[in-house]
Design a protein around this ligand. Structure first.
Ligand SMILES: Cc1cc2nc3c(=O)[nH]c(=O)nc-3n(C[C@H](O)[C@H](O)[C@H](O)COP(=O)(O)O)c2cc1C
Length: 365
C-alpha cells in the first residue's frame, strides 16, 4: 500500500463488530491515578475522556475487579455500585461528546500491589516478589512477597473478572478488555519466572495459558464474546516478568481463544518486523488492535502516524496509541490537519492528581 492509501486508511471509518468507528485510532488504556481513594471514577475523569471522544474507540484505563487486585493509589475499580455509577458518568460524557464505543480494561495486579495501598497481602501464582519498589500512598516502598494463590483464589478471581465485566456493561461500556499484559496478574501466570506452580496452572505452556484462557472465557460467558477483548504484550519485559518462551506461548494462547468470537485481540508494543507479530496475525481470526513501539522518552513529531501506518500495512485492523492521546485531546484532528502535536508533560502523567497535565492539554489552534 502507498503511504497515501494507508494514511487515509488510518483516518477512515472501520467496524468493530456492530460498532461503527469514525477512524482506526484507538486510545490505549492509561492509568492516570485520578480516581477517588476508593477507586470511583470522578467528574474530572469524565471531562478527560470526553475531550478525547474523537478517537475511533477508547479503551479506558485499568480498573481493578477486587480490593486485593489493586495495584497503585487512586486507580479505578469496578466492584461496588459506587464504582459502577462513577464509570456511568464517564461513558455518558463520552457518548454526549459524540464518542465511539468505549471498552474498559479490567486489571488485577497480582504481585504488583502493596498492603499499604490495598489493605491486603498481594496474591500471585507463586510467592515471587516484584524485584523493584512499588508506588504506595506514602511513596515508593520495597515490594512484599505475594501469597501463592489457592484453587479457591483462582476460582474467586475468575468470578471477580466476570462480575466486573457485567458491571462495566451496566455502566454503559461497549465491553471490557481482559488485561493479560505488562506484568500484572494474568501475565504473571503466563511467564515462567513468575509462575513456579506445579498444579494445572503452572509448568507447561498449556498450563500457564490456562488462567488467562479461563478468565477470558468467563468474561465472554458473562457479557458475550463480542463485548470481550484481550490485551497481551508478548516479550515485553516490564514489572519483572520475562516471557522466555513467547514464540510458543502466545500462539498457543491465541489458538485457545480464537474460537470464542472475541471483540478483539490487542497486542501492546507490536512491531511489524517481529516474526511473532506476523504469526499472531495469522492465528487471530478477528479484529487485531496493535499498539506500536514509539520512543520511550517522547512522542514522535508525527504523533505516531508513521508507526501506525506500518502496522496497518502489516495486517493490524486498528491502531492503539497511548501518550499521543494523553497529550493531545484532539489527536485525530491534528493528524488529519497535519498539525504539530503536544509533548507529554511526564511529571503529571501519574500520581499527581488533579487537572494539571490531565485535562489542560491545549487543542490545536
Ligand atoms: C501514563 C500511562 C499509563 C498506562 N497505563 C496502562 C494501563 O492502565 N493498562 C495498560 O494495559 N497499559 C497502560 N499503559 C501502556 C499504554 O497502554 C501503551 O501501551 C504505552 O503507553 C505505549 O504506547 P504509546 O507509545 O503510544 O504511549 C500506560 C502508559 C502510560 C504512559
Amino acid at each position: 500500500m502507498t503511504s497515501e492509501t494507508t494514511t487515509s486508511l488510518l483516518l477512515s471509518p472501520a467496524r468493530l463488530g456492530r460498532h461503527e468507528l469514525a477512524n482506526r485510532l484507538v486510545m490505549a488504556p492509561m492509568t492516570r491515578n485520578r480516581a477517588e481513594v476508593d477507586g470511583t471514577a470522578t467528574p474530572l475523569m469524565a471531562e478527560y475522556y470526553a475531550q478525547r471522544a474523537g478517537a475511533g474507540m477508547i479503551i479506558a484505563e485499568a480498573s481493578t475487579p477486587s480490593p486485593v487486585g489493586r495495584t497503585y493509589p487512586n486507580i479505578t475499580a469496578l466492584h461496588s455500585d459506587a464504582h459502577t455509577e462513577g464509570w456511568r458518568r464517564v461513558t455518558e460524557a463520552v457518548r454526549a461528546a459524540g464518542g465511539g464505543p468505549m471498552f474498559l480494561q479490567i486489571q488485577h495486579g497480582g504481585r504488583v500491589g502493596h498492603p499499604d495501598t490495598s489493605g491486603f497481602t498481594p496474591i500471585a501464582p507463586s510467592p515471587v516478589p516484584l524485584p523493584e519498589p512499588i508506588h504506595t500512598p506514602t511513596g515508593r516502598q520495597e515490594a512484599v512477597t505475594p501469597r501463592e494463590m489457592t484453587s479457591e483464589d483462582i476460582r474467586a478471581t475468575i468470578h471477580d473478572f466476570a462480575a466486573a465485566a457485567r458491571r462495566a456493561v451496566d455502566a454503559g461500556f461497549a465491553g471490557v478488555e481482559v488485561h493479560s499484559a505488562n506484568g500484572y496478574l494474568l501475565h504473571q501466570f503466563l511467564a515462567p519466572n513468575t509462575n513456579l506452580r506445579t498444579d494445572a496452572y503452572g509448568g507447561s505452556v498449556e498450563n500457564r495459558i490456562r488462567f488467562t484462557t479461563e478468565v477470558t472465557a468467563a468474561v465472554a460467558d458473562a457479557v458475550g464474546g463480542e463485548r470481550t477483548g484481550l490485551r497481551v504484550s508478548p516479550g515485553h519485559a516490564v514489572n519483572g516478568v520475562t516471557d522466555t518462551d513467547a514464540d510458543v506461548l502466545y500462539p498457543a494462547l491465541l489458538a485457545a481463544s480464537a474460537d470464542k468470537g472475541l471483540a478483539y485481540l490487542h497486542v501492546a508494543f507490536a512491531s511489524p518486523e517481529q516474526p511473532l507479530f506476523a504469526r499472531l496475525r495469522e492465528i487471530w481470526p478477528g479484529t487485531l488492535i496493535a499498539n506500536p513501539v514509539l520512543p520511550a522518552d517522547r512522542i514522535p513529531a508525527d504523533g505516531g502516524r508513521e508507526a501506525a501506518e506500518r502496522l496497518l500495512a502489516a495486517g493490524a485492523d486498528l491502531i492503539a496509541l497511548g501518550r499521543p492521546f494523553l497529550a493531545n485531546p484532539d489527536l485525530v484532528e491534528r493528524l488529519r490537519a497535519g498539525a504539530p502535536v503536544n509533548a507529554v508533560r511526564s511529571k503529571y502523567a501519574m500520581y499527581t492528581g488533579g487537572p494539571v497535565g490531565y485535562t489542560d492539554y491545549p487543542t490545536h489552534g
